[in-house]
Design a protein around this ligand. Structure first.
Ligand code: PMP
Length: 360
């Protein structure tokens, strides 16, 4: 084993079983509680030819994405989830001796992506659980090759407005690749868009990644995409798997992109339930509970009083739900809770209210 591989801790996915092996309802992986678009489901079920390889260049899917977002398909590459593309970005632009920068409390894959190509991960201090642009710029050295930023961020749900994204980009040397991970961007209101696509269209060093795993509800199909300068896309094309998106996944993604109604319904339902759940947490503020303000489809709940996150995790599991505890990411007193349906959120809220009542 290469020495840099020895330093990697395997990614720990959100659980779907309790301590006793019982199946739990998953509010631990930021999936869409509404499932996916009916048209995407129909596209998946449609007869196809499993003996044949999929289109290696995902031409129809890239065309659909290009039309939807006003992007030249030559500036788009698809991946086996956006995870693949994040890893390829690190691999294509960083190696031993180089540094890869990201904020504390950001997506766990950035650290793995840096290490697996032998580069040094550099974790930068946060600002109240979100990225701190000044800290990030101050951490840049002449060895920095790649900067990762998730906007909105996982696991905190925090978000930087367009002005801050622009300031971060403007402050980076032009030979540093800025990877703007927009896995949760569709949950933003239209006026909150961070300008990533415009940056990727105009700057040679910006790669924006997106996924079908979140609002589109196609996490099981593993489809992501990235856009940037043709020269950047060319690098990812050289090193990606040749048939990295399945045929069914390509068909489903095309149907999903074109089903605007499903995306709007998902965004609205998420906005409503996130607001309601955040208010429940705020009402428990005198018990030390705090919700980090979220722009995504989950809320990070902090436990700063007598009630311990682990106690809440167990009680929530007893009620039949899996949520995410991230002690390995420096968040031992926090739970990341995916926004589910109204009744699911009522159940979680009820557990937390009961625990706080008991602790009073
Ligand atoms: N980026 C962020 C910030 C995420 O939270 C996730 C999913 N957990 C991903 C990327 C990867 O998603 P996928 O590989 O399913 O596209």
């Amino acid at each position: 084993m290469k020495p840099w591989i020895a330093g990697i801790h395997a990614y720990v996915p959100g659980k779907s079983t309790g301590a006793d092996g019982r199946r739990l309802t998953k509010l631990s992986a930021n999936e869409n509680p509404l499932g996916c678009s009916a048209a995407a489901l129909a596209a998946l079920a449609r007869d196809h030819a499993p003996a044949e390889y999929p289109d290696p260049d995902a031409i129809a899917l890239r065309g659909a994405l290009g039309r939807e977002h006003g992007i030249d398909p030559a500036r788009i590459v698809c991946g086996t989830g956006s995870d693949e593309l994040l890893n390829l970005a690190a691999q294509g632009f960083a190696g031993p001796g180089d540094e890869v920068l990201f904020s504390r409390y950001s997506f766990a894959v950035y650290d793995i992506a840096a290490r697996r190509c032998g580069a040094t991960p550099v974790e930068v201090g946060d600002a109240d659980f979100g990225a701190d642009v000044d800290e990030m710029l101050a951490a840049v050295t002449d060895r920095t090759r790649v900067v990762f930023l998730a906007n909105p961020n996982n696991p905190t749900g925090t978000y930087l407005p367009r002005s801050e994204i622009g300031r971060l980009h403007a402050g980076l040397p032009t030979d540093v690749l800025f990877v703007l991970d927009q896995a949760y961007a569709e949950y933003l209101e239209p006026e909150e868009a961070d300008g990533g696509f415009a940056l990727a269209a105009n700057a040679a060093n910006v790669l924006v990644t997106r996924t079908f795993s979140k609002i589109y509800g196609l996490a099981g199909e593993r489809i992501g995409w990235a856009t940037g300068a043709p020269e950047l896309i060319d690098v990812l094309n050289r090193i990606r798997g040749p048939f990295n998106v399945t045929a069914g996944g390509q068909r489903a993604a095309i149907a999903a992109v074109n089903d605007h109604g499903f995306v709007t319904r998902s965004r609205e339902a998420n906005r409503e339930e996130r607001k309601r759940f955040t208010q429940v947490i705020e009402a428990l503020g005198n018990h030390g509970l705090r919700a980090v303000p979220s722009k995504a489809n989950f809320v990070l709940v902090l436990f700063e009083g007598a009630l311990q996150a682990e106690t809440a995790l167990k009680a929530i599991a007893e009620a039949g739900y899996a949520v995410r505890h991230l002690p390995g990411q420096g968040l031992p007193q926090a739970l990341r809770i995916t926004i589910g349906t109204a009744s699911q959120m009522d159940d979680i809220a009820g557990v937390l209210q009961r625990l706080c009542g008991n602790a009073a």
